[in-house]
Design a protein around this ligand. Structure first.
Ligand code: ZN
Ligand code: ZN
Length: 354
Protein backbone atom coordinates (compact mmCIF):
# COMPACT_ATOMS: atom_id res chain seq x y z
CA UNK A 1 0.00 0.00 0.00
CA UNK A 2 2.72 2.40 1.06
CA UNK A 3 4.60 1.71 -2.18
CA UNK A 4 1.57 2.86 -4.21
CA UNK A 5 1.09 5.99 -2.09
CA UNK A 6 4.75 6.89 -2.54
CA UNK A 7 4.88 6.18 -6.25
CA UNK A 8 1.62 8.07 -6.86
CA UNK A 9 2.80 11.09 -4.94
CA UNK A 10 6.18 11.06 -6.68
CA UNK A 11 4.42 11.05 -10.06
CA UNK A 12 2.18 13.89 -8.91
CA UNK A 13 5.05 15.94 -7.57
CA UNK A 14 7.16 15.31 -10.68
CA UNK A 15 4.85 17.65 -12.54
CA UNK A 16 5.86 20.43 -10.17
CA UNK A 17 9.61 19.83 -10.28
CA UNK A 18 11.25 22.98 -9.13
CA UNK A 19 13.80 24.55 -11.43
CA UNK A 20 15.29 26.69 -8.67
CA UNK A 21 18.99 27.03 -9.35
CA UNK A 22 21.42 26.19 -6.59
CA UNK A 23 21.72 29.66 -5.20
CA UNK A 24 25.37 29.49 -4.28
CA UNK A 25 25.84 33.24 -4.71
CA UNK A 26 24.04 33.86 -1.40
CA UNK A 27 26.36 35.68 0.99
CA UNK A 28 28.02 33.80 3.84
CA UNK A 29 25.24 35.00 6.15
CA UNK A 30 21.79 35.12 4.54
CA UNK A 31 20.55 38.66 4.20
CA UNK A 32 18.88 40.00 7.37
CA UNK A 33 19.81 37.00 9.55
CA UNK A 34 22.06 37.93 12.43
CA UNK A 35 23.96 35.96 15.08
CA UNK A 36 21.87 34.86 18.06
CA UNK A 37 21.76 37.65 20.68
CA UNK A 38 22.98 37.24 24.27
CA UNK A 39 21.44 38.93 27.32
CA UNK A 40 23.44 40.73 30.06
CA UNK A 41 23.84 37.37 31.82
CA UNK A 42 25.55 35.84 28.80
CA UNK A 43 22.56 33.61 28.10
CA UNK A 44 21.06 33.29 24.64
CA UNK A 45 17.90 35.30 24.14
CA UNK A 46 15.27 35.85 21.46
CA UNK A 47 15.20 38.63 18.90
CA UNK A 48 12.11 40.04 20.59
CA UNK A 49 13.65 39.75 24.08
CA UNK A 50 12.71 37.39 26.91
CA UNK A 51 9.61 35.28 26.32
CA UNK A 52 6.63 35.14 28.62
CA UNK A 53 5.66 31.69 29.84
CA UNK A 54 2.52 32.75 31.73
CA UNK A 55 2.01 33.65 35.38
CA UNK A 56 2.19 31.11 38.20
CA UNK A 57 -1.61 31.07 38.25
CA UNK A 58 -1.45 29.61 34.73
CA UNK A 59 1.64 27.43 35.08
CA UNK A 60 0.86 25.64 38.36
CA UNK A 61 -2.60 24.38 37.30
CA UNK A 62 -1.08 23.36 33.93
CA UNK A 63 1.57 21.23 35.65
CA UNK A 64 -1.06 19.66 37.90
CA UNK A 65 -3.18 18.87 34.85
CA UNK A 66 -0.18 17.17 33.25
CA UNK A 67 0.10 14.80 36.22
CA UNK A 68 -3.65 14.31 36.04
CA UNK A 69 -3.48 13.13 32.43
CA UNK A 70 -1.56 9.96 33.30
CA UNK A 71 -4.51 7.94 32.01
CA UNK A 72 -5.46 10.35 29.20
CA UNK A 73 -6.96 8.42 26.31
CA UNK A 74 -4.99 8.36 23.08
CA UNK A 75 -8.01 7.42 20.99
CA UNK A 76 -7.93 10.69 19.02
CA UNK A 77 -4.19 10.41 18.33
CA UNK A 78 -3.05 10.19 14.67
CA UNK A 79 -3.31 6.85 12.83
CA UNK A 80 -0.12 4.93 12.20
CA UNK A 81 0.99 3.23 8.99
CA UNK A 82 3.33 0.29 9.43
CA UNK A 83 6.23 1.51 7.29
CA UNK A 84 8.86 -1.25 6.87
CA UNK A 85 11.39 1.25 5.46
CA UNK A 86 12.12 -0.91 2.39
CA UNK A 87 11.36 1.85 -0.11
CA UNK A 88 13.40 4.34 1.87
CA UNK A 89 16.39 1.99 1.96
CA UNK A 90 16.06 1.27 -1.78
CA UNK A 91 15.73 4.99 -2.42
CA UNK A 92 19.22 5.75 -1.10
CA UNK A 93 20.39 4.59 -4.57
CA UNK A 94 17.46 6.05 -6.54
CA UNK A 95 17.65 9.55 -5.02
CA UNK A 96 13.95 10.50 -5.21
CA UNK A 97 12.87 13.31 -2.83
CA UNK A 98 10.77 11.79 -0.03
CA UNK A 99 9.54 12.83 3.38
CA UNK A 100 8.38 10.48 6.16
CA UNK A 101 6.73 11.49 9.44
CA UNK A 102 8.12 9.20 12.14
CA UNK A 103 6.20 11.06 14.86
CA UNK A 104 6.33 14.33 16.84
CA UNK A 105 9.19 16.47 15.40
CA UNK A 106 11.00 13.48 13.88
CA UNK A 107 10.97 13.65 10.09
CA UNK A 108 13.10 11.64 7.67
CA UNK A 109 13.94 13.49 4.47
CA UNK A 110 15.64 12.21 1.31
CA UNK A 111 16.73 14.79 -1.27
CA UNK A 112 19.71 15.37 -3.52
CA UNK A 113 20.83 11.77 -2.81
CA UNK A 114 21.12 12.52 0.92
CA UNK A 115 19.11 11.12 3.83
CA UNK A 116 18.69 13.07 7.07
CA UNK A 117 16.58 13.18 10.23
CA UNK A 118 15.16 16.09 12.21
CA UNK A 119 15.07 15.84 16.03
CA UNK A 120 15.13 12.02 16.07
CA UNK A 121 13.19 10.67 19.07
CA UNK A 122 12.41 6.99 19.47
CA UNK A 123 12.05 7.08 23.30
CA UNK A 124 8.69 6.35 24.90
CA UNK A 125 8.94 9.02 27.61
CA UNK A 126 11.59 11.61 26.68
CA UNK A 127 12.23 13.22 30.05
CA UNK A 128 14.88 13.57 32.79
CA UNK A 129 12.57 11.32 34.86
CA UNK A 130 11.30 8.76 32.32
CA UNK A 131 8.80 7.22 34.75
CA UNK A 132 6.75 10.42 34.89
CA UNK A 133 7.70 11.95 31.54
CA UNK A 134 5.16 12.72 28.82
CA UNK A 135 3.63 9.52 27.48
CA UNK A 136 3.96 8.50 23.81
CA UNK A 137 0.54 7.82 22.31
CA UNK A 138 1.71 6.37 18.98
CA UNK A 139 4.73 4.17 18.32
CA UNK A 140 7.35 5.64 15.94
CA UNK A 141 6.21 5.15 12.32
CA UNK A 142 9.42 3.34 11.44
CA UNK A 143 11.30 0.83 13.59
CA UNK A 144 14.76 2.15 14.39
CA UNK A 145 16.35 -0.91 12.78
CA UNK A 146 14.46 -0.28 9.51
CA UNK A 147 16.06 3.15 8.96
CA UNK A 148 18.11 3.70 5.80
CA UNK A 149 21.69 4.93 6.31
CA UNK A 150 21.55 8.45 7.78
CA UNK A 151 23.97 11.06 6.42
CA UNK A 152 23.22 13.67 9.05
CA UNK A 153 20.86 14.77 11.80
CA UNK A 154 19.70 18.30 12.61
CA UNK A 155 18.68 19.08 16.19
CA UNK A 156 16.63 22.17 17.02
CA UNK A 157 17.19 22.54 20.80
CA UNK A 158 17.80 20.64 24.01
CA UNK A 159 14.24 20.02 25.29
CA UNK A 160 13.84 16.31 25.92
CA UNK A 161 11.22 15.75 23.22
CA UNK A 162 13.70 17.09 20.62
CA UNK A 163 17.16 16.13 21.89
CA UNK A 164 16.68 12.48 22.82
CA UNK A 165 20.10 11.21 23.93
CA UNK A 166 19.24 7.48 23.88
CA UNK A 167 18.24 7.79 20.20
CA UNK A 168 21.25 9.96 19.30
CA UNK A 169 23.62 7.46 20.94
CA UNK A 170 22.01 4.61 19.00
CA UNK A 171 22.35 6.52 15.74
CA UNK A 172 26.02 7.33 16.38
CA UNK A 173 26.78 3.73 17.32
CA UNK A 174 24.91 2.31 14.32
CA UNK A 175 26.74 4.55 11.86
CA UNK A 176 29.76 6.47 13.22
CA UNK A 177 30.00 8.69 10.11
CA UNK A 178 26.54 10.25 10.70
CA UNK A 179 27.06 13.97 11.44
CA UNK A 180 25.01 15.71 14.14
CA UNK A 181 24.31 19.42 13.53
CA UNK A 182 23.28 21.37 16.64
CA UNK A 183 22.82 25.05 17.54
CA UNK A 184 25.67 26.68 19.55
CA UNK A 185 26.34 25.31 23.01
CA UNK A 186 24.80 21.87 22.47
CA UNK A 187 27.87 19.97 21.24
CA UNK A 188 29.28 19.31 24.72
CA UNK A 189 26.25 17.30 25.82
CA UNK A 190 26.55 15.01 22.81
CA UNK A 191 30.32 14.68 23.12
CA UNK A 192 29.95 13.74 26.80
CA UNK A 193 27.75 10.92 25.57
CA UNK A 194 30.25 9.39 23.15
CA UNK A 195 28.82 11.19 20.11
CA UNK A 196 31.89 12.79 18.60
CA UNK A 197 30.81 13.69 15.06
CA UNK A 198 29.09 16.96 16.04
CA UNK A 199 29.10 20.42 14.46
CA UNK A 200 27.64 23.44 16.31
CA UNK A 201 26.40 26.46 14.34
CA UNK A 202 25.14 29.94 15.18
CA UNK A 203 22.10 31.50 13.51
CA UNK A 204 23.00 32.55 9.98
CA UNK A 205 25.90 30.09 9.66
CA UNK A 206 25.84 27.43 6.99
CA UNK A 207 27.87 24.44 5.99
CA UNK A 208 28.11 22.49 2.74
CA UNK A 209 27.46 18.75 3.00
CA UNK A 210 27.89 16.87 -0.28
CA UNK A 211 25.05 18.07 -2.56
CA UNK A 212 23.29 20.30 -0.02
CA UNK A 213 23.91 23.34 2.16
CA UNK A 214 22.73 23.16 5.77
CA UNK A 215 21.67 26.51 7.27
CA UNK A 216 21.24 27.17 11.01
CA UNK A 217 18.45 29.77 11.36
CA UNK A 218 16.54 31.60 14.10
CA UNK A 219 13.55 30.29 16.04
CA UNK A 220 11.58 31.95 18.83
CA UNK A 221 11.91 29.49 21.69
CA UNK A 222 14.19 28.71 24.63
CA UNK A 223 16.25 25.90 26.09
CA UNK A 224 16.39 24.10 29.42
CA UNK A 225 17.49 20.63 30.41
CA UNK A 226 18.19 20.93 34.12
CA UNK A 227 17.27 23.18 37.03
CA UNK A 228 19.44 26.24 36.33
CA UNK A 229 20.57 25.98 32.69
CA UNK A 230 17.81 28.07 31.10
CA UNK A 231 18.93 29.51 27.73
CA UNK A 232 22.60 28.45 28.21
CA UNK A 233 22.44 26.66 24.84
CA UNK A 234 20.95 27.96 21.61
CA UNK A 235 17.75 26.88 19.82
CA UNK A 236 17.22 27.13 16.07
CA UNK A 237 15.38 26.18 12.93
CA UNK A 238 17.20 24.61 9.96
CA UNK A 239 17.08 24.80 6.18
CA UNK A 240 18.60 22.22 3.84
CA UNK A 241 18.96 23.49 0.29
CA UNK A 242 20.12 21.83 -2.89
CA UNK A 243 19.94 22.28 -6.66
CA UNK A 244 16.49 20.66 -7.00
CA UNK A 245 14.90 20.80 -3.57
CA UNK A 246 14.77 23.26 -0.66
CA UNK A 247 13.50 22.07 2.75
CA UNK A 248 12.89 23.95 6.02
CA UNK A 249 12.37 22.54 9.53
CA UNK A 250 11.02 25.07 12.05
CA UNK A 251 11.95 23.16 15.25
CA UNK A 252 9.93 24.51 18.19
CA UNK A 253 8.94 28.13 17.79
CA UNK A 254 6.42 30.86 18.36
CA UNK A 255 5.27 32.92 15.41
CA UNK A 256 7.79 35.71 14.72
CA UNK A 257 8.67 38.16 11.94
CA UNK A 258 11.84 36.26 10.97
CA UNK A 259 9.82 33.71 8.98
CA UNK A 260 9.47 36.41 6.37
CA UNK A 261 13.21 37.23 6.52
CA UNK A 262 14.08 33.53 6.12
CA UNK A 263 11.60 33.14 3.25
CA UNK A 264 13.05 36.19 1.48
CA UNK A 265 16.66 35.03 2.00
CA UNK A 266 16.35 31.30 1.28
CA UNK A 267 12.89 30.59 -0.16
CA UNK A 268 10.90 29.50 -1.94
CA UNK A 269 10.90 26.18 -0.10
CA UNK A 270 9.53 23.04 -1.75
CA UNK A 271 8.57 21.68 1.67
CA UNK A 272 8.44 23.11 5.19
CA UNK A 273 7.84 21.00 8.32
CA UNK A 274 5.99 23.15 10.84
CA UNK A 275 5.03 22.47 14.48
CA UNK A 276 1.26 22.73 14.91
CA UNK A 277 0.74 21.31 18.43
CA UNK A 278 1.58 22.08 22.11
CA UNK A 279 -0.09 25.50 21.95
CA UNK A 280 -2.56 25.37 24.88
CA UNK A 281 -2.91 27.12 27.26
CA UNK A 282 -2.15 30.15 25.10
CA UNK A 283 -1.21 32.39 28.06
CA UNK A 284 1.73 30.05 28.63
CA UNK A 285 2.58 28.81 25.14
CA UNK A 286 1.84 31.64 22.73
CA UNK A 287 5.33 33.09 22.48
CA UNK A 288 7.15 29.75 22.23
CA UNK A 289 4.70 27.49 20.31
CA UNK A 290 2.60 28.36 17.26
CA UNK A 291 -1.00 27.33 16.92
CA UNK A 292 -2.11 25.85 13.55
CA UNK A 293 -3.29 29.20 12.17
CA UNK A 294 0.10 30.77 12.95
CA UNK A 295 1.88 27.77 11.38
CA UNK A 296 -0.02 28.34 8.12
CA UNK A 297 0.80 32.06 8.22
CA UNK A 298 4.47 31.21 8.85
CA UNK A 299 4.45 28.82 5.86
CA UNK A 300 3.09 31.65 3.69
CA UNK A 301 5.80 33.98 5.04
CA UNK A 302 8.41 31.33 4.21
CA UNK A 303 7.13 31.09 0.65
CA UNK A 304 6.46 27.36 1.04
CA UNK A 305 5.03 25.29 -1.80
CA UNK A 306 4.00 22.49 0.56
CA UNK A 307 3.65 22.45 4.34
CA UNK A 308 3.72 19.38 6.56
CA UNK A 309 2.15 19.75 10.02
CA UNK A 310 4.19 17.99 12.74
CA UNK A 311 4.75 18.15 16.54
CA UNK A 312 1.27 16.99 17.53
CA UNK A 313 -0.56 13.85 18.57
CA UNK A 314 2.55 11.90 19.64
CA UNK A 315 3.39 12.91 23.22
CA UNK A 316 1.17 14.18 26.01
CA UNK A 317 2.59 17.71 26.30
CA UNK A 318 -0.23 20.25 26.46
CA UNK A 319 -3.93 20.92 26.95
CA UNK A 320 -5.40 20.86 23.43
CA UNK A 321 -7.25 17.70 22.32
CA UNK A 322 -4.99 15.45 20.22
CA UNK A 323 -7.16 15.74 17.11
CA UNK A 324 -7.52 19.54 17.27
CA UNK A 325 -4.20 20.63 15.65
CA UNK A 326 -4.73 18.79 12.31
CA UNK A 327 -8.37 19.89 12.15
CA UNK A 328 -7.48 23.55 12.70
CA UNK A 329 -4.45 23.27 10.38
CA UNK A 330 -6.63 22.06 7.48
CA UNK A 331 -9.24 24.76 8.17
CA UNK A 332 -6.56 27.47 8.28
CA UNK A 333 -5.09 26.21 5.00
CA UNK A 334 -8.52 26.36 3.38
CA UNK A 335 -9.12 29.88 4.71
CA UNK A 336 -5.87 30.90 3.00
CA UNK A 337 -6.86 29.30 -0.33
CA UNK A 338 -4.38 26.43 0.07
CA UNK A 339 -5.52 22.99 -1.11
CA UNK A 340 -4.80 19.64 0.54
CA UNK A 341 -1.77 19.11 -1.68
CA UNK A 342 -0.21 22.22 -0.15
CA UNK A 343 -1.03 21.54 3.52
CA UNK A 344 -0.18 17.98 4.45
CA UNK A 345 -1.28 16.00 7.47
CA UNK A 346 0.28 12.51 7.44
CA UNK A 347 -0.45 9.35 9.31
CA UNK A 348 2.52 8.53 11.52
CA UNK A 349 4.85 6.43 9.35
CA UNK A 350 3.54 7.84 6.08
CA UNK A 351 5.96 8.63 3.23
CA UNK A 352 5.31 10.91 0.27
CA UNK A 353 7.42 12.24 -2.55
CA UNK A 354 7.87 15.98 -2.68
ZN1 ZN B 1 10.91 23.05 23.10
ZN1 ZN C 1 8.59 20.47 21.45
Amino acid sequence: MLRYILIASIILSATSLTTQANNEETPERPSGINKAPLDSDGRFTNLGGTLEHGSLSVRVPFILRRFGTYFRSGEDAPSRIDNDGLLLRENTDLGMPTVTWIGHATVLVQMQGITFLTDPTWSNRPSPVPLIGPRRFVEPGLDFDDLPPIDFVVISHNHYDHLDLPTLKRLAKRQPETVFFVPLGNAALLQKNQISNVKALDWGERIRFKEVVIHCLPAQHWSKRSLADDRRTLWSSWAVTGADRRFYFAGDTGYFPEFKTIGDALGPFDLVAMPIGAYAPRAMMKQSHMNPEEAIQAALDLNAKQTLGIHFGTFDLSDEPLSEPPRRFKAAAKNNQLDLNQAWIFDIGETRGF
